[in-house]
Design a protein around this ligand. Structure first.
Ligand SMILES: Nc1ncnc2c1ncn2[C@@H]1O[C@H](COP(=O)(O)OP(=O)(O)OP(=O)(O)O)[C@@H](O)[C@H]1O
Ligand SMILES: [Mg+2]
Length: 216
């Protein structure tokens, strides 16, 4: 489904991603681990087309990225950032944003059920997100990301601000989506409880894949 071919990313002669090759199939669940600064977030930014490689090519279903409409690509590949990127308005306005971007009607029922799924069913749409805790903001971000089902979900330490119960809850939601055919690429900690749920684990060191393991 997704293919990275000899991808490099250099900034000022510094190599951040170094001649990387990777194939991701439909429904794959891949954990990305590696030391701080090894290029994990950069790799997800390349896949989500936020930045372009300085060398190599990415393909989605056989089509090179530069042949795909960037908006289409953004809808197919959903990227959950390391830090929450809600805008300082209400929960409802944040959840409605994906539909506005698509020119669709806001599905309030779906928003309500997602809010409940991430454990925030007690909040109202008119609650302002500035009042929420870091973990609550993170969960609103996840709910917003799931208003539309992408082909691929990229998560950058998405549950780092959450307690065990809440992160296990989010993991359940994400792995259920993978069973339905979404590919998941998740930057996480190697000692994470959920590791047994992943099909593969990739360890990144100095912008290169140091190790690729099949877990099940
Ligand atoms: N646009 C840029 N300009 C300069 N340096 C950059 C740029 N983007 C990334 N880097 C550098 O590339 C390296 C890899 O960054 P990246 O954010 O991908 O690491 P990471 O593996 O996600 O680390 P962490 O686990 O701390 O989040 C870092 O040293 C970072 O400073
Ligand atoms: Mg990072």
């Amino acid at each position: 489904m997704l293919k990275l071919e000899n991808i490099s990313y250099k900034v000022d002669n510094r190599v951040i991603i170094n001649d990387l090759n990777l194939k991701i199939e439909k429904g794959d669940t891949i954990a990305i681990i590696g030391p701080s600064g090894s290029g994990k977030s950069t790799l997800l930014r390349l896949i989500s087309n936020l930045i372009s490689p300085t060398q190599g090519e990415l393909y989605l279903n056989g089509k090179a990225y530069n042949q795909i409409n960037p908006e289409r690509l953004r809808m197919d590949i959903s990227y959950l950032l390391q830090e929450s990127d809600l805008f300082d308005r209400t929960i409802g306005e944040n959840l409605a944003f994906p539909s506005i971007a698509r020119g669709d009607k806001f599905d309030r029922k779906k928003a309500k059920s997602l809010l409940k799924a991430v454990g925030l069913g007690h909040y109202h749409f008119n609650t302002r997100v500035e009042r929420l805790s870091g973990g609550e903001r993170q969960r609103i971000t996840i709910a917003r990301q799931l208003m539309y089902t992408p082909k691929m979900l990229l998560l950058d330490e998405a549950t780092s601000a959450l307690d065990t119960e809440n992160s296990e809850n989010i993991e359940r939601i994400i792995f259920k989506l993978a069973e339905e055919g979404i590919s998941v690429l998740w930057i996480t900690h190697s000692n994470n409880q959920s590791m047994r749920h992943f099909k593969k684990r990739i360890r990144l060191v100095d912008g290169k894949i140091e190790k690729e393991e099949h877990l099940r």
